[in-house]
Design a protein around this ligand. Structure first.
Ligand code: FDA
Length: 310
């Protein structure tokens, strides 16, 4: 079930025609259920959501949705949108933290374009005290993502970190490398359907890898982010940190907007830093499909919503 549903929704997420229809007709086409996971299509909606999240004592990272752009113009437009977003965030006075994907900035066109675009964002982001997290995409992009990250790190950009996926066989090496550099890692399970050669296929194996990597990050990492909604992963992290005397200020939990609000509030009340990943924008379809793939029961909510509208 785990791998099957993930593969099905992953295939849908990559459908260019469905993605085009979703952007054209807007979020109503997928029922307001999509709004549970996505702050809206406009930056104003994202800021409004961010304010609400901050008022609840939670931290945030804003993600302007988009990925796999095919032309330099699209990559340039996404870069400009991010630079504008920085200004809007500064003006709104909300927390200065963003997340982005390198295939949105032109990694699929050529590496140099992507490096230039990322630098165009990191430069003003650094000046204004932002932290920029590079999301991790599917495994064909892992090496390029880490190479681009290191290129900018060597150029003294320090306001940047990466996400690493526990599901991939290679990740322990990548965690060690990031720890050597002193770079901040967001640990996630991994949202993409991957081949056996690259990744564990069974949930139990992904979970075991997540816990192993969490321990390495807590011991040797720089302010790691443990990004999961899985109570077993969260309990494991709490217990390990407490046992080793690792303070709550040395790491944070992260969750996706709209998922397990009860757990977000509970951890925050216990004094842990909890950061929400808040996505917004018209290119919400692939992100939404990945969320459905993680929990097939979500599909029932979508279908009920669509039927209600008929
Ligand atoms: P798991 O999938 O085992 O779910 C545990 C529990 O969480 C479920 O039982 C359910 O209660 C709840 N849950 C999980 N997903 C849900 C959903 N969609 N709807 C409703 N409930 C749900 N991935 C990636 O490949 N690259 C990246 O850069 C990122 N970035 C990222 C940032 C942040 C802040 C988070 C939290 C996650 C990511 N991810 C990601 C996604 C990640 O890889 C993973 O797919 C999801 O977090 C789901 O895995 P869990 O760890 O929650 O465990």
């Amino acid at each position: 079930m785990y791998a099957g549903a993930k593969a099905f929704f992953y295939a849908l997420s990559r459908s260019a025609s469905l993605k085009g229809l979703a952007s054209k007709y807007g979020m109503r086409s997928c029922d307001s259920f999509a709004r549970r996971f996505i702050a809206g299509e406009t930056v104003e909606e994202a800021i409004e959501t961010s304010r609400r999240v901050q008022a609840e004592g939670l931290h945030l990272t804003l993600d302007y949705l988009g990925e796999s752009v095919r032309t330099a113009e699209e990559a340039n437009a996404a870069t400009r949108a991010y630079v504008r977003l920085l200004d809007v965030i500064v003006a709104a006075g909300i927390e200065r933290n963003i997340s982005l994907k390198l295939t949105q900035l032109g990694a699929s066109i050529d590496r140099a374009t992507c490096v230039d675009n990322l630098r165009r964002i990191l430069e003003p982001a650094g000046r204004h005290g932002f932290f920029v997290r590079i999301d991790m995409e599917n495994s064909p992009w892992t090496q390029m993502t880490l190479d681009i990250f290191e290129t900018l790190w060597q150029q003294e950009y320090r306001n940047v970190g990466v996400a690493l996926q526990a599901a991939l066989h290679r990740t322990e090496r990548d965690v060690q490398r990031m720890n050597e550099l002193g770079a901040r890692v967001r640990l996630v399970k991994g949202a993409y359907k991957e081949p056996e050669t690259a990744a564990y296929q069974r949930k139990a194996d992904v979970d075991a890898a997540f816990l192993r990597l969490m321990r390495i990050l807590l011991d040797e990492g720089t302010y790691p982010a443990i990004a999961t909604h899985d109570p077993a992963m969260i309990d494991g992290t709490r217990a390990y940190a407490a046992g080793r005397g690792i303070g709550k200020d040395r790491f944070e939990f992260q969750m996706l907007y709209g998922i397990r609000r009860d757990l977000q509030a509970e951890l925050s009340a216990e004094g842990y830093g909890v950061r929400l990943y808040i996505p917004f924008g018209r290119e919400w379809f692939p992100y939404f499909m990945r969320r459905l793939g993680e929990r097939p029961a979500n599909l029932g909510f979508v279908m009920r919503g669509i039927l209600r509208e008929k």
